[in-house]
Design a protein around this ligand. Structure first.
Ligand SMILES: Cc1cc2nc3c(=O)[nH]c(=O)nc-3n(C[C@H](O)[C@H](O)[C@H](O)COP(=O)(O)OP(=O)(O)OC[C@H]3O[C@@H](n4cnc5c(N)ncnc54)[C@H](O)[C@@H]3O)c2cc1C
Length: 422
């Protein structure tokens, strides 16, 4: 009987467990989690914090008992793994150590908190874990909050700003970047979104480098104080790679770590028998061909699934993904596909209620911004990914029909691989 260890039980860990069980009905799957909760969806934290979702709603795969039974797991809840000895394939917790045939590291990511921001002595909230969401929810229920500052014009920041704004709190979003969503949006699209947000009553401050968080609010490097009785820090994440960093590194067998744990198409690290998946790892970015963290729910699931199959001896490959964000906020949709920092000839298409901006490098679609028409995003993402994977550049007749039905012009359809005559 084979012995598997999964460290971290989020989206990636769950999908790995399911894949292993599908391939190996009799193997022992030991799952180590530091939470004692069922696998949880961090995307839903803001919905839970705003009371739009019940506690059960944040656990997409069911209760711990249900998951344990469904997959016949041996659960070690509330047992953070302290060390992984990659060469010996050994997992160590406070309860002791044990050797395994294959280990998956699926420890996800944590909210980024630069130490310098703590120097001002002010409290702040984060938005990554269920405890973060619970903390904000409890605070809003028990305190009178009039002014809030959200630091970070990120996809998470905008969701937090929305929930505070909906509660009637005067909310300011501050970011060091010159415009909103700088890693996903073109400036022009970002400015169109900013105009709508300001209209809705959100205060936006850009080029605002934060110095510290103080009891009275957020102090900028310029000296200005953005007054607040509640601050939430949403400036990004850091991969939880420390376990891998602590692995016993043997020349030629060490686990490589960049911003995340580096893996190949099988989700294998450089150390035989040790795999990584989800937000803690760097898989292939299809646009650059290099490894990068693509911190997305579906990506973590697909990587976990691939790792699980390989751990159980079923050869599987995950060819990679592209950067993308699909976010709904303040009754608007923004979708960013691909990396807007890549070069390309820019084309702008505007309809009554939408803006679509694309960058084409020759025939290659490098990046897409969609503001207000989320229904076309699936076709564009699959078109973009398909071109990168197999060079297939043409849209199917059905895809073209759908784009036209959604109001996209013949010029647009032709530019991205359609046929004007259709
Ligand atoms: C507010 C918010 C909004 C988001 N919105 C979107 C979105 O719109 N679309 C999208 O695709 N993605 C979104 N994401 C990202 C998405 O949630 C993540 O990409 C996904 O959850 C990653 O799954 P994971 O399993 O890799 O990591 P996680 O879900 O972080 O799970 C890792 C688990 O490992 C545990 N762990 C860590 N260290 C140890 C240890 N030493 N021992 C044992 N256990 C450990 C952690 O506690 C955690 O339970 C959002 C995230 C947030 C926070």
């Amino acid at each position: 009987m084979k012995n598997y260890a999964i460290v971290g039980f989020g989206c990636a860990g769950y999908h790995a467990a399911r894949a292993i069980r599908g391939a190996d009905p009799h193997g022992r799957i030991a799952v180590f989690s530091d939470t004692g909760q069922p696998p949880f969806n961090p995307m839903l934290t803001t919905y839970y914090a705003s009371q739009r979702l019940s506690l059960e709603g944040v656990f997409p795969f069911g209760t711990l008992e249900e998951v344990e039974r469904e997959l016949s797991l041996e659960l070690h809840g509330d047992q953070p793994v302290l060390r992984v000895d990659a060469r010996a394939r050994r997992v160590e917790t406070q309860a002791g150590g044990e050797d395994f045939d294959a280990i998956l590291i699926a420890t996800g990511a944590r909210a980024l908190v630069p130490e310098s921001l703590r120097q001002g002595g002010g409290d702040f909230f984060l938005m990554r874990t269920l405890a973060d969401a619970q903390g904000l929810r409890d605070h809003l229920d028990s305190h009178r909050v009039e002014k809030a500052v959200v630091v970070g014009g990120s996809m998470v920041g905008i969701k937090v700003a929305e929930l505070l704004h909906r509660r009637g709190i005067q909310t300011t979003m501050a970011d060091a970047a010159p415009y909103l969503f700088p890693l996903a949006a073109y400036r022009s699209t970002a400015e169109a979104i900013e105009a709508r947000l300001r209209e809705a009553g959100l205060k936006l401050v850009f080029n605002a480098q934060v110095s510290t968080i103080e009891p009275g609010g957020v102090r900028l490097v310029s000296g200005e104080l953005l007054e607040a009785d509640l601050v939430c820090l949403c400036i990004g994440t850091r991969a939880n790679v420390e376990l891998a960093a602590n692995t016993q590194v043997v020349e030629g067998q060490g686990v490589r770590i960049g911003r995340g744990i580096v893996v190949d198409e099988r989700m294998a690290t450089d150390c035989p028998g040790v795999y990584a998946a989800g937000d803690c790892c760097e898989g292939i970015d299809l646009q650059t061909g290099k490894t990068a963290i693509i911190g997305l729910w579906a990506n973590a699931g697909a990587q976990g699934d691939c790792a699980g199959r390989n751990m159980a001896g079923l050869p599987a490959r995950y060819y990679g993904n592209i950067l993308h964000n699909i976010t709904h906020f303040f009754d608007m949709d923004f979708i960013g596909l691909g990396d807007p920092r890549l070069p390309g000839q820019r084309h702008l298409f505007q309809g009554k209620n939408y803006t679509v901006e694309i960058a084409l490098e020759g025939e290659r679609l490098n990046s897409v911004n969609i503001f207000g028409n989320y229904r076309i995003s699936g076709i564009l993402k699959s078109g973009l990914t398909k071109r990168l994977l197999d060079g297939g550049a043409r849209l199917t007749t059905a895809q073209q029909g759908l784009l036209r039905a959604e109001g996209m012009s013949a010029d647009f359809v032709e530019l991205i691989g359609g046929d004007r005559a259709l």
